[in-house]
Design a protein around this ligand. Structure first.
Ligand code: ZN
Length: 217
């Protein structure tokens, strides 16, 4: 689904259209992140409807425009999908290690509150497929940054021999719970993109991108 590195952009666009047709959303009105691997959040509003576009330097997008879709692209980095059903608000975010370190989950929850009045404990959050804590080896310089910023390393860092593994999903859950999202409203299928060959995976050597989408009700 990703254009980056694709040899045939037309085929990519056909696949995206096919998915949009199957799921029933309007691709031309979709908002897509052009990811920065940081924690930049942009919100859209029904009082100022805007058409479909790529939104540069964003890692999370939110909208309350009915029927508008938020699209993000992934290959080991996690999709984070948010729903505030009471207010008709959705958000989609992209979270790799850099975005997780920068606090993209925290920034998204706070942006939803500021922009739409969404209460954290009324949010439903889906953490999609990504690279799991057994597979994601990181350097000590990465691990140390997480400990310095978030502490509680036992929740998301594992050491085997001299190797350190980072559980990004564990970091995301910690951040969401700290922001007041109810633990039982955070769902994740636990599918590892590196181990499960259905998914594209940077570390797993399956180049390409899958997309995640959430559509405002
Ligand atoms: Zn794995």
């Amino acid at each position: 689904m990703g254009l980056t590195g694709s040899t045939d952009p037309d085929v990519v666009m056909q696949r995206r259209q096919q998915l949009a047709d199957q799921l029933g959303f309007d691709l031309t009105r979709s908002l897509m992140t052009v990811q920065e691997h940081a924690a930049n959040v942009v919100t859209f509003h029904r009082r100022q409807p805007e058409g479909g576009q790529c939104v540069f330097d964003t890692d999370a997008l939110a909208t309350d425009v009915p029927g508008q879709a938020i699209v993000t692209y992934h290959a080991d980095c996690f999709p984070l999908l948010f729903l505030d059903a009471a207010r008709g608000v959705v958000a989609g975010a992209h979270a790799g290690w850099r975005g997780s370190l920068a606090g993209v989950a925290i920034q998204t929850v706070q942006a939803l509150h500021l922009a739409y009045g969404s209460e954290p404990d009324e949010l439903d959050v889906l953490i999609g497929p990504g690279i799991c804590g057994r597979c994601y080896q990181v350097g000590h310089e990465v691990a140390d940054q997480f400990i310095a910023r978030y502490g509680r390393e036992a929740r998301y860092l594992h050491t085997e021999g001299g190797d350190v593994r980072l559980d990004i999903e564990g970091v995301l859950r910690l951040q969401l719970e700290d922001e007041g999202v109810a633990p039982d409203r955070i769902q994740s299928p636990g599918w590892c993109t590196r181990e499960d060959e259905r998914w594209f995976s940077h570390r797993g050597g399956r180049p390409g991108r899958f997309l995640s989408v959430v559509v405002a009700p």
